[in-house]
Design a protein. Structure first.
Length: 134
C-alpha cells in the first residue's frame, strides 16, 4: 500500500497531517458545541421553563432563574477561578451535594420552590457539563 502512494507521488505524511487537522478541528467544534449547549441551558431553557410552567409571571420567574446564576460566585474561592475542564459539581461549596440537599428541601416550601427548582436545574446543567468533559 505504501508503494502505491509513493508511486503516485502522494506522500503518506499528507494523509497523516490531514487526519490530525480533521481531529483538531473536530475537537474545537465539539468544544464550541459544548459551550453553546451549556450556556443555552443556563440562559435560554430557563426562559422556556418559566414560560411553560409560569405563563402569567414568566418574566419574573425567568429573572429568578437567571439570578440563581449568582451561585457561581463560589468559583471565586477556587484556584484557578475559571478552569474550563474542571467539574463544578462537588468541587465548589455551593455546588456540593450538601448544598444540593438544601436546594431540594427548598422544593417543599412554596415561597422558595422556584428558587429551589432554578438552583437544581443549574446543578443539572453543570452536571451535564461534567459528563461532557469526562
Amino acid at each position: 500500500m505504501n508503494l502505491f502512494f509513493i508511486e503516485r507521488g502522494i506522500p503518506i505524511l499528507f494523509f497523516i497531517s490531514l487526519y490530525f487537522k480533521i481531529y483538531i478541528l473536530t475537537n474545537q467544534l465539539l468544544e464550541i458545541v459544548r459551550i453553546g449547549i451549556h450556556y443555552s441551558l443556563h440562559l435560554l431553557i430557563p426562559g422556556l421553563i418559566a414560560f411553560y410552567f409560569y405563563r402569567k409571571h414568566w418574566k419574573k420567574v425567568w429573572l429568578l432563574f437567571i439570578a440563581t446564576m449568582l451561585v457561581d460566585l463560589d468559583h471565586l474561592v477556587a484556584n484557578p477561578i475559571f478552569d474550563p475542564n474542571r467539574c463544578s459539581i462537588n468541587f465548589h461549596p455551593l455546588h456540593s451535594y450538601y448544598a444540593m440537599g438544601i436546594y431540594s428541601i427548598m422544593l417543599y416550601f412554596p415561597k422558595t420552590r422556584i428558587i429551589g427548582v432554578a438552583l437544581l436545574f443549574h446543578m443539572f446543567t453543570d452536571f451535564l457539563d461534567c459528563l461532557w468533559i469526562s
